[in-house]
Design a protein around this ligand. Structure first.
Ligand SMILES: [Zn+2]
Length: 121
């Protein structure tokens, strides 16, 4: 997995600061699925809340079996699709299709500090 630093663009007209694509620096990112990892320090199990399109699944897993970006605590993964990077593929009918994998914005806690990074691949 390739990890990249989060870069921000302009603070746009009171709407907030633009999140930039980690591969092309474009500012047209679309949020897709979200996964939340609820884990207190070194807890053996993690509650995983996974939104996938119109469904939401809440499950408990052994912590070692999850893809929680935090090694010991809470974490969050947001899938993001870039208008520039993810639509260069056309299907057999010529329709633009999203190319997998999507970029994942990871936010997680480690030793009292919260980190944010891009996870690619
Ligand atoms: Zn991009």
């Amino acid at each position: 997995m390739d990890v990249r630093q989060v870069r921000l663009g302009d603070h746009a007209n009171g709407l907030g600061t633009e999140l930039l694509c980690p591969t092309c620096s474009g500012n047209n990112l679309h949020q897709r699925n979200v996964t939340v990892f609820q884990r207190y320090e070194d807890q053996a199990t993690t509650i995983v809340m996974q939104q996938c399109e119109d469904d939401m699944v809440v499950s408990t897993f052994p912590s070692r079996d999850t893809c929680n970006p935090s090694l010991r605590r809470h974490g969050l993964l947001l899938e993001m699709e870039c208008e520039s990077c993810h639509y260069s593929y056309e299907d057999s009918e010529g329709d633009a299709m999203p190319k997998e994998p999507l970029h994942r914005l990871a936010i997680y806690q480690h030793k009292g500090t919260t980190y944010v990074e891009w996870q690619l691949g």
